[in-house]
Design a protein. Structure first.
Length: 102
């Protein structure tokens, strides 16, 4: 069984017992949530497509942990002017586990 789910503006192709990294969710570690923004479900060759979402489909997820990604360095320079600027950024992620698709 496969589903395409919209999580915070991003679409993910998920299946049960899979773990996915998504943008940070506002919930504690170990919490469970139900996502109702399911766009497509494929179950044994039978495909259901929403317009844009399926009304009776839900994906149950569990938040495993919150973490930060690798540092991305942003370097700005203007030649011959003596201007150099270095910035860094670390994106916050949540690791979630897909428990069931209904």
């Amino acid at each position: 069984m496969i589903a395409i789910v919209n999580i915070q503006g991003q679409q993910f192709k998920v299946s049960p017992s899979q773990s996915v990294y998504v943008h940070r969710l506002d919930a504690k570690e170990g919490d469970t949530m139900e996502l109702d923004s399911v766009m497509l479900i494929e179950d044994g060759g039978q495909v259901r497509i929403g317009q844009p979402y399926l009304t009776d489909a839900k994906v149950k997820i569990r938040i495993i942990s919150h973490l930060k990604g690798d540092k991305v360095l942003v370097f700005k320079k203007k030649r011959r002017k003596g201007y150099q600027k270095m910035n860094g950024h670390r994106q916050s992620f949540s690791k979630i586990a897909i428990e069931s698709i209904a």
